[in-house]
Design a protein around this ligand. Structure first.
Ligand SMILES: [Zn+2]
Length: 189
C-alpha cells in the first residue's frame, strides 16, 4: 500500500509542477512546493517549457506590491485566493494555482496584461502567511486591498479611489477602476 501511495503522491507532485511551469513559475517555486529533486524538476521544466528556467533571485521585497497598478492586480488575486481558501478544501499550493488561473482569466476577459506573475502571486501568499502583508478594506469603496499590516482601516484609501496624479485616464486605469467591480464579482465576501 505504501508503495502505491508514494507513486500516487509523486504523480500528484508532478502534476502540480507541470501546472506551475505552464503558468510560468520560477524553478524555486517548484523546489519549494514539491518533494521532487532539483535534477528532476530541471528536466521536467525543460521538457514542459521547452527551455531552461531563468536564473537569478526571487523577488524578496514587499515593495512591488505597494506600487499603484501592481497593488490593484495583487489585491484582485489575493481576494480570489482568500475566497477559495474559505470555500474550497484545497492544499495551499493548489489554491494558489486555482486563484492564479482565475486571475489570468479575468485579465483576458478585460483585455488586460496580467502584471502579476505566478511567482509573485506565490510570494504574496507567503508574505500574507508571514504577517508581512495583509488585506485592508478601503474606507471609501470597501474593497479589500493589499497593504502592510497595521494600516489604519479608518484612514486607508485604495489606489483606485485615489490614483496617483500621474495616472491620467490610461486604459489600464480605466478598466480596473470603476469601484473595483471585478474584485467584488470574483470574491464575494
Ligand atoms: Zn477604494
Amino acid at each position: 500500500m505504501a508503495r502505491t501511495k508514494s507513486i500516487l503522491s509523486e504523480a500528484r507532485q508532478i502534476e502540480r509542477a507541470v501546472a506551475l511551469i505552464h503558468l510560468g513559475a520560477r524553478l524555486q517555486v517548484l523546489e519549494s512546493e514539491t518533494d521532487l529533486s532539483y535534477e528532476r524538476l530541471l528536466r521536467l521544466y525543460k521538457e514542459v517549457a521547452g527551455k531552461s528556467p531563468s536564473k537569478g533571485q526571487l523577488p524578496f521585497s514587499t515593495d512591488w506590491f505597494m506600487t499603484w497598478q501592481p497593488n490593484i492586480h495583487a489585491s484582485l488575486f489575493l481576494n480570489v485566493h482568500e475566497y477559495l481558501n474559505k470555500v474550497a478544501a484545497l492544499d495551499e499550493i493548489d489554491t494558489v494555482i486555482k486563484a492564479y488561473r482565475l486571475y489570468i482569466e479575468q485579465m483576458k476577459a478585460q483585455g488586460l496584461e496580467p502584471l502579476l506573475s505566478v511567482t509573485r502571486a506565490w510570494r504574496l501568499v507567503k508574505f500574507v502567511d508571514n504577517g508581512m502583508l495583509t488585506l485592508t478594506p478601503c474606507s471609501q469603496c470597501g474593497g479589500h486591498f493589499v497593504t502592510h499590516p497595521h494600516e489604519i482601516a479608518r484612514h486607508y484609501v485604495c489606489g483606485m479611489c485615489n490614483p496617483p496624479a500621474r495616472a491620467g485616464k490610461g486604459r489600464l486605469a480605466g478598466s480596473l477602476g470603476g469601484g473595483n467591480r471585478e474584485i467584488h464579482t470574483l470574491a464575494p465576501s
